[in-house]
Write a protein that binds this ligand. Structure first.
Ligand SMILES: [Ca+2]
Ligand SMILES: [Ca+2]
Length: 230
C-alpha cells in the first residue's frame, strides 16, 4: 500500500506540531529550576516566559547542612480562567529531596526581584536573604527575610525612589534608605547657595542590625522617617 504525498505531509505536520507542543510545555526556564506552575494561597499561577530575562536562579547553601539550596524568582500569571492579564512575581526556595529539587517555600514579592544577597547575620547557621525589587514609578524596594521557626519570614521592608544602600560588611551591618534633600542647602561650583539641586547628596535614614533585626538608628541617620516606617 502506498501513502499519498498529501497524507505523508499531513503526518509530518502532526509530528512536528506534537514535538513543538511538548517542547513548549516542558520548557521551564533557567536551569529547569523555574517551575511551569506555582500554587500560592490556593490559586494556581502559570509561569510567564515573556519575563524570563528577569528570572533569577541562585544555587547557594542557605543552611549548615551540606548541599546547596536554590533560590529562584520569576513572574507568573493567574490560571487561564481568571480572565486577567495581570502578572505577579514570586520567589521560591527549593531543597533537594527524593524526587530532585522541590519548593519548600513560595512567597509573592512586591515588584520584580533584581539583586539578591545572602548572609547569615545572626550566626544561627541560616543565611538571611535580601531581595531588591523594583516597583512602579522606579521605586526601589528592599525586603529582608530571616529564618525563624522553620521558615523564612519578612523581618524588614523599605522602599525609596532615591535608592537604598545595603552595607552587609559594615559593623554592624546597615541599610540606608535615601530621601531627597529638599530642605538641604547646597553650594554650587560658583559659590552660590541653592536650596536644593539634583546633585545634592540625599539624606539617609539608617537602620542598623541590632537585636536580630534592622532598627532605626538615630545617631547614624540625618533623616527621620515617619514613625510608621521605622
Ligand atoms: Ca544546605
Ligand atoms: Ca541567620
Amino acid at each position: 500500500m502506498s501513502i499519498s504525498p498529501k497524507v505523508r505531509i499531513l503526518f509530518l505536520l502532526i509530528f512536528v506540531l506534537t514535538l513543538f507542543y511538548i517542547s513548549s510545555f516542558s520548557y521551564a526556564g533557567a536551569g529547569n529550576f523555574i517551575p511551569e506552575k506555582v500554587r500560592y494561597e490556593g490559586k494556581t499561577y502559570v509561569y510567564a516566559p515573556f519575563h524570563s530575562q528577569r528570572d533569577r536562579v541562585f544555587e547557594i547553601n542557605l543552611d549548615e547542612e551540606p548541599g546547596n539550596e536554590v533560590f529562584i524568582s520569576f513572574a507568573a500569571i493567574p490560571g487561564r480562567d481568571s480572565g486577567k492579564e495581570q502578572f505577579f512575581h514570586f520567589w521560591q526556595i527549593l531543597d533537594s529531596g527524593d524526587n530532585g529539587y522541590e519548593a519548600v517555600q513560595t512567597e509573592r514579592s512586591r515588584g520584580l526581584p533584581g539583586e539578591v544577597y545572602f548572609k547569615d547575620l545572626n550566626s544561627d547557621g541560616e543565611k538571611e536573604i535580601f531581595v531588591f525589587t523594583t516597583g512602579y514609578g522606579q521605586y526601589l524596594r528592599l525586603a529582608v527575610y530571616s529564618y525563624r521557626e522553620g521558615r523564612y519570614v519578612n523581618i524588614w521592608e523599605g522602599e525609596s525612589i532615591c535608592g537604598i544602600k545595603l552595607e552587609l560588611e559594615a559593623t554592624p551591618p546597615v541599610i540606608k534608605v535615601a530621601s531627597s534633600s529638599w530642605g538641604g542647602k547646597v553650594i554650587d561650583e560658583e559659590g552660590r547657595q541653592l536650596d536644593w539641586c539634583f546633585a545634592a547628596e540625599p539624606l539617609y535614614a539608617v537602620y542598623a542590625w541590632e537585636d536580630n533585626n534592622f532598627l532605626y538608628n538615630e545617631q547614624k541617620s540625618n533623616y527621620e522617617p515617619l514613625k510608621s516606617l521605622r
